[in-house]
Design a binder for this molecule. Structure first.
Ligand code: GCB
Length: 647
C-alpha cells in the first residue's frame, strides 16, 4: 500500500475526484470465517446471501432496529459498483482509492483482488488501484470491516464469552465510555493523478522578528516516474484569500523532492477566533508540476495559515501573543449516524462554537474528520489534536507500535493545519504503572525525532482458518521509508492519575489534567471545588515546571431536570459546578502557567450500556441534538467576557 503523503483529494486542472459515498450493500457476518471461506469478495455481495442497504458515510450500529447489528462484534461486509472511464487509462493516470476513516480495521478488494488493508479507526488510508481496474467498464469494491478491540489494538478492549440461552455469545468490553461505533465512517474518494504527480506537501510557518514578515517553509515530494534524463519543473505560487498572486518560486528537480522558503512581507497572519478581526486567514500554496516547460503535469492547492507557535515552561504563544484556551472536549457522535460524517451537524457545531465564544477544543479521544478540521483552520479555532490512545493500560511493544502508527498517521494528515497547536498523545492512560515510564518515553522520542521509521498501513496477515476457535483480524505492520515527524508543536496528554504517581508528564511539553471534583469524588459537594482545582493545578506545575490546563471537568445533566436547591443531574447543579470552577480559573489565570479550561463535554453522547449512564453520557452543555442546557448560556457569558478581556 501507499507509503507517501495522504493529501486530501482535491480537484484541479489535472485531477479528477469521484465520491463513492451513497448506498452500499451490507451484510453482517455472524461467523467471521465464512466470508473468507466462501470468497464473498469475488462476487456481488447480494449473491452471497441477504444484504441490506447501508449509507456511507455512517456508523452501521444505529441505522436499523436490529439489536444484533447494534451490538455486533466482528466482521461486516460492504460492497458497491462504480464506473471508470476509459479516458483515465488513455491519459496514463494513476487511480487511487482513499478512505477517510473505517473503524476499526478494514480489508479492501477491487474486482476480487486485494487492494490493501488498514488498522486503526479515524485515520485516512489510500491505495493505488490502477492495475486492478477495468477501464471503460463497471468495477466492484468490497470492504470487510472488523470492530473487534483487543489489548493490542488502539484503543484497547477485550472479549468475553457470555453464556446465553442458546449457547455462548462473544461480547466486547472496553474501559472508555463512548460507544464503539463502527463502519465506513467518512467519505470514500476515487481520484486520479497524472503519471508524475505531487505526492506530498509539508509546510512549516514562522513570523520574523519584525512581527509582520511571514515565512513559509515548504517541502514537496513527487511521485511517479520520469523518462530517462527528463527532469520536472515545479512552480510554487502563493495566492491570498482573494486569489491574488503574491509570490512565485520555481525549481528544477529530478524527483528528489523540492523545498524552499517564501517570504511574505506584511503577511496576514493566522489568528485564533476573536483574537483578531480577521481570524483564520488562509493563503493558498498553488503547486504546479511541469515535465516539459510550460506543459503543466499536475496542480495541487494547499491552504496555508501563516503563524508562529512557540512554547516554554510557562506558556504557549501564537504570533508572540500568549494563548488562553476556553473550550471543551468533544465527540463525533449523533443520533442514527453515530460517528458517521454529517456535514449539517458539523456546520451547526461550528455555529454553536462561535455562538458560545469558545476559541479551542480537544479532539477527544481520536482524530476528527478532515472536513471538521477544515472549519477550525478557516474560523481560527485552536485544536488539541488527539490520537486514539484512550485509557491505555497493559503496556506492550505491540501496543506501542500501534500507538506510534496512530501518531505518525495523524501527523502525516494534519501537519499543515494552522489550527493544530498541540498533539495529544493519550487520554487518561494508566500512567502510574511502572511500565508507563519507558512506554511513553519512547513514544515521545518517536514523535519528536526527525528521522524515524514511518510506520504505515498494516498488512493483513490472514488469521482465518476454519478450525480457529476465535477469528480476529491480526495485522502485521510493515516498515517503510523514513520521514520526518513533527517537532514544531508541543506534546500534551489528558492525565487523570494523581500528580504524585504520574510518570508521563515528565515527557510532555504541556500538562492537561482531568478531574471530576464534586462529581466522581465528593459527589454534590460544590464547596470542595475551588481549593482543589487551584491546588492541583499548582501541584502539577511545581512537579513538572510546564504549562498546565484543565482538560476535563463537568457533571452529568439531564436537560429539563430542575431542582432548588441544586441536586446532582439537574441543570442547576451543572451551572453551579461550572461556576465554582470558573472562580478557581480566574485566580489561576493570573498566574502565568495556567493556559486553559475545557469543559467535559460540548454535547451529550452515546456510551455502552452502563447502570450509571442514562442513555449515554450527559455531561454536554448541549444535548445530543445540539440544543442548549442552562449551562450553555452560562458558559456563553463567561467565554465572551474572556474574549473581550483577553483577545
Ligand atoms: C473521563 C474521560 C471521558 C469520560 C469522562 C466521564 O475522564 O476522559 O472520556 O467521558 O471522564 O464523563 O466520565
Amino acid at each position: 500500500s501507499w507509503q507517501g503523503g495522504i493529501l486530501y483529494p482535491r480537484e484541479s486542472e489535472s485531477r479528477e475526484v469521484k465520491l463513492l459515498d451513497g448506498m452500499w450493500n451490507f451484510r453482517r457476518s455472524e461467523d467471521p470465517v465464512v466470508g473468507f471461506r466462501e470468497k464473498w469478495f469475488t462476487k456481488d455481495l447480494s449473491r452471497t446471501g441477504p444484504v441490506i442497504p447501508m449509507p456511507v458515510p455512517s456508523s452501521y450500529n444505529d441505522i436499523t432496529v436490529d439489536k444484533k447489528l447494534r451490538d455486533h462484534v466482528g466482521l461486516v461486509w460492504y460492497d458497491r459498483t462504480f464506473f471508470v472511464p476509459d479516458s483515465w487509462r488513455q491519459q496514463g493516470y494513476h487511480v487511487w482509492l482513499r478512505f477517510s476513516s473505517v473503524h476499526y480495521a478494514a480489508q479492501v478488494w477491487i474486482n476480487g483482488h486485494v487492494a490493501g488493508s488498514h488498522e486503526i479507526g479515524h485515520l485516512p488510508f489510500v491505495f493505488e488501484i490502477t492495475s486492478l481496474l477495468q477501464f471503460g467498464k463497471q468495477n466492484r469494491v468490497t470492504v470487510a470491516v472488523d470492530n473487534t478491540l483487543l489489548q493490542t489494538t488502539l484503543p484497547q478492549g477485550s472479549l468475553q464469552d457470555l453464556p446465553i440461552n442458546s449457547g455462548v455469545e462473544t461480547v466486547q468490553s472496553y474501559t472508555f465510555d463512548f460507544f464503539n461505533y463502527a463502519g465506513i465512517h467518512r467519505s470514500v474518494h476515487l481520484y486520479t493523478t497524472p503519471a508524475v504527480f505531487i505526492s506530498d506537501v509539508t509546510i512549516a510557518t514562522d513570523v520574523k522578528a519584525d512581527g509582520t514578515t511571514g515565512l513559509i517553509h515548504y517541502n514537496i515530494s513527487i511521485g511517479g516516474s520520469l523518462s530517462n534524463g527528463e527532469s520536472a519543473m515545479c512552480f510554487v505560487d502563493l495566492l491570498d484569500q482573494e486569489g491574488n498572486f503574491i509570490v512565485r518560486k520555481n525549481r528544477n528537480s529530478k524527483l528528489d523532492g523540492l523545498s524552499g522558503t517564501i517570504e511574505v512581507p506584511n503577511a496576514s497572519l493566522w489568528w485564533p477566533y476573536l483574537m483578531h478581526t480577521n481570524p483564520g486567514y488562509l493563503y493558498t500554496l498553488q503547486i504546479q508540476l511541469s515535465q516539459k516547460q510550460w506543459a503543466t503535469e499536475d496542480v495541487y492547492r494547499q491552504p496555508v495559515g501563516i503563524r508562529s507557535l512557540k512554547w516554554n515552561n510557562t506558556g504557549v504563544t501564537i504570533n508572540g501573543k500568549p494563548i488562553y484556551m476556553r473550550g471543551f472536549g468533544r465527540h463525533e457522535d449523533s443520533f442514527i449516524r453515530g460517528k458517521g460524517l454529517d456535514l449539517p451537524l458539523v456546520t451547526r457545531d461550528y455555529d454553536l462554537i462561535k455562538w458560545i465564544g469558545a476559541n479551542a477544543y480537544r479532539t477527544s479521544h481520536y482524530p476528527y474528520a478532515e472536513e471538521i478540521m477544515d472549519f477550525a483552520d478557516q474560523m481560527g479555532i485552536m485544536i488539541i489534536d488527539e490520537c486514539p490512545g484512550v485509557d491505555v493500560e497493559n503496556y506492550s511493544s505491540m501496543l506501542r507500535k500501534k500507538h506510534m502508527d496512530s501518531l505518525a498517521e495523524l501527523i502525516r494528515r494534519d501537519k499543515n493545519r494552522p489550527s493544530v497547536i498541540m498533539w495529544s498523545i493519550a487520554n487518561e492512560p494508566r500512567s502510574q504503572l511502572p511500565d508507563a515510564d519507558e512506554y511513553f518515553r519512547s513514544l515521545v522520542e518517536f514523535v519528536k525525532s526527525h528521522d524515524v521509521l514511518h510506520p504505515v498501513t498494516a498488512v493483513l496477515n490472514r488469521a482465518y482458518s476454519e478450525d480457529l476457535a476465535l477469528e480476529i483480524i491480526i495485522f502485521r505492520s510493515i516498515s517503510s521509508t523514513t520521514r520526518q515527524l513533527d517537532s514544531s508543536r508541543p506534546l500534551t496528554a489528558a492525565i487523570a492519575v494523581s500528580y504524585t504517581s504520574d510518570l508521563l508528564g515528565q515527557y510532555l511539553d504541556v500538562i492537561g489534567f482531568n478531574r471530576y471534583n464534586a462529581w466522581y469524588s465528593n459527589t454534590g459537594k460544590l464547596e470542595t471545588i475551588q481549593s482543589r482545582v487551584e491546588e492541583e493545578a499548582e501541584k502539577w506545575f511545581s512537579k513538572y515546571n510546564k504549562p498546565v490546563f484543565m482538560a476535563e471537568y463537568g457533571a452529568d445533566t439531564i436537560a429539563g431536570l430542575h431542582m432548588n436547591p441544586s441536586y446532582v443531574w439537574t441543570e442547576e447543579f451543572q451551572v453551579e459546578l461550572l461556576s465554582e470552577h470558573f472562580k478557581a480559573f480566574d485566580r489561576l489565570r493570573k498566574k502565568k502557567f495556567f493556559i486553559g479550561e475545557m469543559i467535559w463535554n460540548f454535547a451529550d453522547f452515546n456510551t455502552a450500556q452502563m447502570y450509571h449512564r442514562v442513555v449515554g453520557n450527559k455531561k454536554g452543555i448541549f444535548t445530543r441534538d445540539r440544543q442548549p442546557k442552562s449551562s450553555a448560556y452560562h458558559v456563553r457569558k463567561r467565554y465572551w467576557s474572556l474574549a473581550h478581556e483577553m483577545d
